[in-house]
Design a binder for this molecule. Structure first.
Ligand SMILES: NC(=O)c1ccc[n+]([C@@H]2O[C@H](COP(=O)([O-])OP(=O)(O)OC[C@H]3O[C@@H](n4cnc5c(N)ncnc54)[C@H](OP(=O)(O)O)[C@@H]3O)[C@@H](O)[C@H]2O)c1
Length: 234
């Protein structure tokens, strides 16, 4: 398969390594200052650029008829526009806030736990914490937003997520930025007498990169809007 890499930073380079190991070729690379290859030769694009450039880069690929796997976070206020643009171009699009297989299983576990906890909200208070490296541009992380949406949709007593400590009705998210941490997400339910938590901790970027390449292999030749649930049959 011929792949276009949109964004050639930490993730773009990790994806290139895994894609080549799996026998794929890199037909095109677009980074902030450099462009190599030919986008029209790509069968699928994998976009891990910066939040500000995500929408323009997605449209560039759809205009060229190249379906896109997108891991860039921090642009979801324009998601409806991108879905409409992709559909109008009869192209394929797959966004995931997190491509690691473990996190996608963790999303399911999080929703199950929220369903159990919704009947015990007078006892347990939830808190969502995420920790990432100091270079990360957006906060909270896209993965934290997905987890928060998974909790709020299963628990009507939590109408929204928030990073404002004074918003007592919202599900609290706290974002920590430390060193080179690839990504840790923890949901804690605390009561006066005990505490329960679930956590996913990425040891490296490899899991995100592997999931993105698997998703690109799955998206090749498809039109429509998809998620990792489709890829993993969850
Ligand atoms: N979904 C997931 O599983 C997952 C996992 C990890 C990370 N992410 C997300 O993926 C994105 C990239 O993460 P990263 O750690 O690889 O960041 P990074 O190392 O900063 O890489 C981003 C790259 O995009 C380049 N870039 C800047 N403007 C561009 C433009 N207009 N067009 C194309 N490329 C451009 C940057 O170039 P310069 O450095 O020259 O500006 C940089 O090389 C972030 O949004 C992050 O949150 C998602």
């Amino acid at each position: 398969m011929n792949i276009a890499l949109i964004g050639y930073g930490r993730m773009g380079k990790a994806i290139e390594k895994i894609a080549r190991e799996r026998g794929h070729d890199i037909a095109f690379i677009l980074d902030k200052e450099t462009t190599t290859g030919d986008l029209s030769k790509a069968e699928v694009a994998i976009n891990f650029s910066v939040p500000d450039a995500a929408v323009a880069n997605l449209k560039l690929c759809f205009d060229a008829g190249v379906p896109v796997v997108c891991g860039t976070t921090g642009w979801l206020d324009q998601q409806a526009e991108i879905h409409a643009y992709c559909s109008a171009k009869n192209c394929g699009f797959l966004y995931a806030s997190n491509f690691s297989i473990g996190v996608n299983l963790f999303f399911q576990l999080n929703e199950k736990l929220a369903q159990l906890m919704k009947n015990h909200r007078e006892t347990y208070t939830p808190l969502l914490e995420e920790t990432h490296h100091i270079h990360k541009l957006d906060a909270p992380s896209g993965t934290a937003i997905s987890l928060a949406e998974g909790i709020c949709k299963n628990d009507p007593s939590l109408p929204r997520w928030t990073m404002n400590k004074d918003d007592e009705k919202g599900l609290q998210i706290v974002a920590h930025r430390e060193g080179e941490v690839p990504g840790t997400h923890r949901i804690t339910y605390s009561s006066k007498i005990d505490e329960l938590h679930i956590e996913h901790k990425a040891h490296s970027r490899e899991g995100f990169a592997f999931g993105a390449v698997i998703a690109a292999e799955w998206l090749n030749g498809k039109n429509g809007i998809f998620s990792m649930n489709d890829v993993l049959n969850l």
